[in-house]
Design a binder for this molecule. Structure first.
Ligand code: APR
Length: 252
């Protein structure tokens, strides 16, 4: 499906853009999404057992090895044409990336204004005193369990710097994202099913502020109904077309 003309009009006329991304943004880089029918990560891994704060307190070892291995997968993946298009867009206009993703592909593609709502695979801190901790090197093989290091300051277990089910989102990132959404001239939603709250409610702030919403998605999502335009394509195919329009079309 070629790019809808009203999508090109929206992107050409937007000096300040927010791109709201989810796991589908990294699918064409070879990283799993969570809810893609039979191939989604949560079809193979129980999120309650491997992505909740309760599970961490019960038995951190399987989670520690799983997140270190996921960090290896993300580090060995490459940004795709969609990540690179967003980074180029950021060199042409003001672009803030608000992502639910915990990989670093937006940054590695060159985006420099990235808000991580759900944390990062590459940040670690003490479970108790929150002292930051650096992990160097990630296992290429997923071990069933590994012992997390002890915090040098207080001795508690070091944890991944990601937001788990049962935890609040980081307040500073939430505030930055909410302000960006309400102050944008265009919000582009890419690669999220829009089912996880509170992140999925952020685009509603844009709608309330009268900001147009453009969605790029291969299949309808929970957010399709709030989009002014929903373009049925993928991140790596659709975003370069939008950025071409910005580059060649200028501000109308
Ligand atoms: N391009 C664009 N979108 C795609 C692509 C692609 N190549 N491939 C899949 N998608 C879409 C899917 O159709 C789906 O709508 O990406 C979306 C991925 O949805 P989820 O797997 O639910 O991922 P996400 O919305 O990011 O999940 C939100 O849930 O488990 C938590 O913390 C986790 O941040 C995650 C949150």
């Amino acid at each position: 499906m070629s790019c809808p003309e009203n999508a090109l009009t929206l992107v050409r006329g937007a000096p300040r853009v927010v791109v709201f991304t989810g796991a589908g943004m990294s699918a064409e880089s070879g990283l799993d999404t969570y809810r893609n029918d039979e191939s989604g990560l949560w079809e193979r891994v129980d999120p309650e057992a491997m992505a909740s704060i309760d599970a961490w307190h019960r038995d951190p070892q399987p989670m520690w090895s799983w997140y270190l291995w996921r960090a290896h997968l993300a580090r060995t993946a490459e940004p795709n044409a969609g990540h690179r298009a967003i980074a180029e867009w950021g060199r042409l206009r003001s672009v803030t990336v608000v992502t639910q993703n915990i990989d670093d592909l937006h940054e590695r593609a060159g985006s420099d204004d990235v808000v991580h709502l759900h944390g990062s695979l590459f940040e670690f801190r003490c479970t108790e005193c929150a002292a930051p901790f650096e992990v160097v090197g990630f296992p290429a093989v997923r071990e069933p369990r590994m012992t997390p290091p002890a915090c040098p300051r207080c001795g508690a277990a070091v944890r991944p710097g990601v937001v788990w089910f049962g935890e609040a989102l980081p307040a500073a990132e939430w505030a930055r994202a909410a302000e960006a959404m309400a102050g944008a001239d265009l919000v582009v939603i890419v690669g999220t099913s829009g089912v996880v709250q509170p992140a999925a409610s952020l685009p509603l702030l844009a709608v309330k502020a009268g900001v147009p919403v453009l969605e790029i998605t291969p299949a309808p999502t929970e957010l399709t109904r709030i989009a002014d335009v929903s373009w049925s394509t993928t991140a790596a195919r659709g975003l370069p077309v939008l950025v071409d329009a910005v580059r060649t079309g200028g501000l109308s």
